[in-house]
Design a protein around this ligand. Sequence first.
Ligand code: SAM
Length: 270
Amino acid sequence: MRKLGKVHLVGAGPGDPDLLTVKAARLLSEADAVAYDRLVSDAVMKMVPSRAERVFVGKESGCHHCSQDRINTILLELARRHRTIVRLKGGDPFVFGRGGEEAEYLGRHGVEVVVTPGITSAAACGAATGVPLTHRGLATGVRFVTGHAKADAPLDLNWASLADPDTTLVIYMGLATLPQTSAQLIAHGLPAETPVLAVQNGTTPKERRLLTTLSEAPDALTAACFRPPTLLVIGRVAALADAPTLIAEAEALALSEAAPAFRSVVAGHA
Ligand SMILES: C[S@@+](CC[C@H](N)C(=O)[O-])C[C@H]1O[C@@H](n2cnc3c(N)ncnc32)[C@H](O)[C@@H]1O
């Protein structure tokens, strides 16, 4: 029987190919096959050698054949046919990437799996916008949380612990449930004027940013037509964002009206 290939679970970072690790770039250049999802940017995919087989395993657009079970099976099939397989995932494979499930499945089927970390979007979007996720006097810690909820179910999060003004909250996949997040955090004591920075397609040429407040965020992001992939940074540090890229006059107005609130939040803890 033919020996199974090795699967590398590789973080592709947030989109900018310069933010790939050196190891990720080397593995891509050596790959016989690359399975990638929708968060992997075109710029990164350009680094895949033309001889390598490419398999898109994105889950968007009602792509029935790309359920997690199907992705696992595809990876196993690739391991049967190739020596070096790169499973390329946006950001870091072990941060809201289901990389753990893929590694477990492949391991159960006798496939060697090696994980190469990538820059997760929280770190990348913070750096790209000038927002330190922790900052002396503003945030003593940071929490990464998923805003994804199953089919219209309420978000099952520990709101009392999340509503901590001393901790930065980074929400992945949080656009659809932002009204719940905003209402729950305020109900559990986080000030309504807490700054919120939204970053869509961070570090790519399509990047958009909007600085708003916790109470205004659901309406502001809807009005500005934010779409996934968008990352939400909630907390005092968000007010340190570089001048957000303004998308429309209305947003500029909303920002200028909200600015004093941000200044007072930051000044109170400087
Ligand atoms: C399934 S999670 C994958 C996270 C990824 N493994 C990581 O470490 O960044 C998808 C979510 O990550 C966030 N995300 C990923 N890339 C992003 C980017 N370039 N800009 C903004 N948000 C991003 C968004 O919240 C998106 O909905």
